[in-house]
Design a protein around this ligand. Structure first.
Ligand code: ATP
Length: 892
């Protein structure tokens, strides 16, 4: 028997599960142990050994190893062994950097892994879908991705898109009855739902019958292993730049070697020096450090509740010039409380706070019994009946399982003494048409068990419901909806909305015995009853975040399905809408072409009563104007706009799987202020990458130039090969990494967004690299020449001094790189990692200079203490000479 042939009872029996309580956690654990995780097998990962060996496949490193081998064969054992040791240490460094980068990317994947709602021990829980086992009872709703293969047990308007499996792009309607037939193709198994497919409408409950590789998806999993490439634009640019830099470094090295040979140095001596120089000067570690900086930044973002799903977004964040954000839940708290109720010209007030179901009803100052005012009573009762949300009692507070708007209606009804259980006993719910933000309504078809009468009960956006109503309950009488009355309702809506209240209207329609195939047929010819207005306070931190964004040259735009006046009121409170700013409603927007919208898009700050489909138009118009757009969304229909935006953002709490998968950034707390923090971090990460590019390249320029100058001046080699390699190891590793962890400069959020096409060397960086590099080379050579003094006996001592000066100049310069202005601009102790890295680098240098057993290996001699004055004095020149000088000003 196939699963689709079985009845619900048989499926439950076979899987040893129950629909009421699901599996017991213990049993689930045991099954997981026995059958494994619900995962598709991943392609083989590169082994650690291979990754380590990869570090040596670089052409210049191979040449260096070959050269070292030759010098070893020629008897220079110590040099050869030492060089090989350094190359291996360097390899380890690269290996750990890349491992770290890989690990944090894996951690990211884990964080954005899908979750499912599952019934365990009688309670609904959200768990990672890889923990599902056969027999688990699952709940899913529009926007969810199905976590395993399941047999559907309940389906309410359930439609699932299965194109990944069947190629059929139209969603399939699901039902629950068993099917007959032996080889029913997947596409026709309409009581089954398959792992990886997408719920596009309605909701349902099912039981897991296949997990991991034993799912329909698992059988074709091998076809699906296309890992997304995660290279960022900067990484790509650096890859190209890397090739150019290799070329330049090689060219200069050849020049150094050629001039050296012409000036009378032995070819063999120059060859090894040249190759060491090339290895040192080629910034081979750059890509790995960039990845590490990106992923460390990403981890900092996680601490601020932002998860980056696509690495390139980290860079794009720094370019964002417009944030389009949803209102409800992102700018507001999404904690709704009904405060006003209107019907037939009368407004009642409701007291109480939050979701506590305690409060009273007032007409003006006078307390009223809601059960004695018919329309009020009906509004409250229908608000509870046409409702898919549950209120869960917790120790001190109440939690909402579902939609906060519906929870508010539930609480209002409870304040009047209504109980869900009694209502459900009185009314049988025969059909349900769930809410969607395009229709802006939801309905149920109910049967009153007492008299057998049936109704459609609808709730939704008041203006929409009003258009679908032909009658109204006014003064307890059913009347046809006249123009006058309709205008009165509109005035009431506007009045509630102008107090920043979110409004929901409630209507009904008596039925004979119709049933409906589609909500379109049900939600018409309604009887309008009245309105409930609820507060949804703004999140306290949003106002400040909007202001900070403005200072950073980023415009905030509110996009909401809510009423124009409500949206306007909240946007004004948050400082998004300033006098003169425009508000556009969905109706006007839908009549406009992208070009027409483009004309005015820069003046619009609020889009209200829009449908998710409108968001795409807004993104396109903004992009046509040259903006880099961040766009938030949570529902299925938001996905196209999220994808089209430069930075698609989804909601961690209320977001659907579809929205999350389309997005580059997930807000764990659904909070607008988190977008601002992420942008700040994005800007900082980019600046940090620029900082260490600046540092590494200036250091390398210095290393090459000291050798080049020496050769031109017909001097001996100022540094021996092993010293060059040691400088490279000591200065390129830790200090560069620590720059990647630097704190943001104070003015990161006071500058305009970066232009996306801006090159790596923009804003004076190229000039800084060359001018500092030149000076580092010059002072190192000066230190060498002062001591060498054309006295060959002093050569080793002069080389040691040059070695120390070069390292110290670089280690001082690293602090200079922290600021766009000068070293004095920032407190050097702010970045303790950098201080630690620099101290350990100094220690590594002192060891090879002063520890006698290492001296012959590194060709060093102990430096007299007073010489350090000269070394430090010269080493500070590049940084201090340029601080505040004309050169700096010109460059920034
Ligand atoms: P955002 O600001 O994030 O776009 P929103 O909640 O204002 O969100 P929608 O969720 O699309 O936008 O809601 C649009 C309108 O639909 C609301 O103003 C409200 O009148 C109505 N509405 C919202 N939730 C429900 C619901 N569960 N049932 C019926 N009507 C609803």
């Amino acid at each position: 028997m196939k699963w689709y042939e079985l009845s619900e009872k048989a499926v439950l029996q076979m899987t040893k599960s129950t629909k009421e309580t699901g599996l017991a956690s213990k049993e689930a654990k045991a099954r997981q142990k026995q059958y494994g995780l619900n995962e598709l097998q991943e392609a083989e990962k590169q082994s650690a050994l291979l990754l380590f060996l990869e570090q040596f496949k670089d052409f210049m490193v191979l040449v260096l190893l070959a050269a070292t081998l030759i010098s070893g064969l020629l008897g220079e054992y110590i040099d050869a062994i030492a060089i090989i040791a350094i190359v291996i240490i360097n390899g380890f460094l690269g290996f750990f950097q890349e491992r770290r980068a890989e690990k944090s990317l894996d951690a990211l994947k884990e964080l954005s892994a899908p979750h499912v709602m599952v019934l365990r021990d009688g309670e609904w829980k959200r768990i990672p879908s890889k923990e599902l086992v056969i027999g688990d009872v699952l709940k899913f709703t529009s926007g969810d991705r199905i976590g395993a293969d399941i047999r559907v047990l309940e389906a309410k308007s359930l439609e699932i898109e299965e194109s990944a499996l069947t190629g059929e792009s139209l969603p399939v309607q699901k039902q629950t009855a068993p099917l007959k037939g032996e080889d029913i193709p997947l596409g026709d198994q309409d009581n089954m739902a398959f792992m990886g497919t997408l719920v596009t409408r309605g909701n349902g409950i099912g039981i897991v019958v296949g997990t991991g590789m034993n799912t329909a998806m698992g059988q074709i999993a091998n076809l699906l292993q296309n890992a997304e490439t995660m290279m960022t634009p900067l990484q790509r640019k650096l890859e190209q730049l890397g090739k150019i830099l290799i070329g330049v470094a090689l060219l200069l090295t050849v020049l150094v070697v050629a001039i050296g040979v012409i000036q009378g140095h032995a070819l063999y001596e120059m060859f090894l020096a040249g190759v060491s120089l090339a290895v040192a000067a080629i910034p081979e570690g750059l890509p790995a450090i960039v990845t590490v900086a990106l992923s460390l930044g990403v981890q900092r973002m996680i601490k601020k509740n932002a998860i980056v799903r696509k690495l390139p977004a980290v860079e794009t964040l720094g370019c964002a010039s417009v944030i389009c954000s949803d209102k409800t839940g992102t700018m507001t708290q999404n904690k709704m409380t009904v405060t006003h109720i209107w019907s037939g010209g009368t407004t009642w007030n409701v007291s109480g706070t939050g979701y506590h179901p305690e409060g009273r009803f007032y007409l003006g100052q006078r307390e009223v019994n809601p059960n004695q005012a018919k329309p009020l009573q009906q509004l409250l009762m229908f608000g509870m009946l046409c409702n898919q949300t549950d209120l869960i009692r917790q120790e001190k507070d109440y939690a909402v399982d579902g939609d906060p708007t519906e929870a508010a209606l539930l609480v209002a009804a409870m304040k009047a003494g209504f109980k869900r259980e009694s209502l459900v006993q009185q009314f049988e719910i025969m059909q349900e048409f769930p809410f969607d933000s395009t229709r802006k309504m939801m309905s149920v078809v109910v049967k009153d068990k007492k008299d057998g009468k049936r109704y459609v009960v609808t709730k939704g956006a008041p203006d929409v419901l009003l258009t679908n109503s032909t009658k109204i309950l006014w003064d307890n009488k059913l009347q046809s909806l006249s123009l006058v009355m309709s205008n009165e309702v509109k005035t009431a809506i506007d009045q509630l909305a102008s107090q920043a209240l979110r409004t929901i209207a409630i209507a009904y329609r008596p039925l004979m015995d119709e049933t409906f195939g589609h909500e379109r047929e049900a939600e018409k010819e309604l009887v309008f009853i009245g309105l409930q207005g609820m507060i949804d306070p703004p999140r306290p931190e949003v106002k400040e975040a909007v202001k900070e964004c403005r200072e950073a040259g980023i415009k905030t735009v509110m996009i909401t399905g809510d009423h124009v006046i409500t949206a306007k009121a909240i946007a004004s409170q948050l400082g998004i809408l300033k006098p003169g700013g425009k508000v556009l409603d969905g109706y006007t927007l839908s009549k406009m072409s992208v070009e027409e919208l483009e004309e005015m898009v820069d003046d619009v700050y609020v889009y209200a009563r829009v449908s998710p489909e409108h968001k795409l138009k807004i993104v396109k118009a903004l992009q046509a104007k040259g903006h880099i757009v961040a766009m938030t969304g949570d529902g299925v229909n938001d996905a196209p706009a999220i994808k089209a935006a430069d930075i698609g953002i989804s909601m961690g709490i209320t977001g659907t799987d579809v929205a999350k998968e389309a997005s580059a950034l997930v807000l764990l707390d659904d909070n607008f202020a988190t977008i601002k923090s992420a942008i700040k971090e994005g800007r900082n990460i980019y600046e940090n990458i620029r900082k260490f590019i600046r540092y590494l390249l200036a250091s390398n320029v210095g290393e090459i130039l000291v050798m080049l100058f020496a050769m031109i001046l017909a001097l001996p080699l100022p540094l021996v090969p092993i010293q060059i390699l040691w400088v490279n190891l000591v200065t390129d590793g830790l200090p560069a990494m620590a720059l990647g962890l630097d704190q943001p400069e104070e003015n990161v959020m006071k500058r305009k967004p970066r232009h996306p096409k801006e090159g790596v060397f923009a804003r004076g960086l190229g000039w800084k690299v060359i001018s500092r590099g030149f000076l580092i080379g010059a002072v190192t050579l000066a230190a060498f020449m002062i001591v060498y003094d054309n006295t060959p006996e002093k050569l080793a001592y002069a080389q040691t001094i040059a070695f120390a000066t070069l390292v110290m100049a670089q280690l001082i310069h690293v602090f200079d790189c922290r600021s766009d202005k000068s070293i004095f601009d920032r407190n050097p102790f702010e970045n303790i990692y950098l201080v630690g890295a620099v101290l350990s680098s100094i220690l590594l240098i002192l060891i090879v200079i002063y520890y006698p057993p290492l001296q012959p290996i590194f060709h060093t001699m102990a430096i007299a203490p007073r010489e350090w004055l000269v070394i430090l004095g010269l080493a500070s020149v590049p940084t201090f000479l340029l601080a505040g000088s004309l050169l700096t000003r010109k460059s920034s």
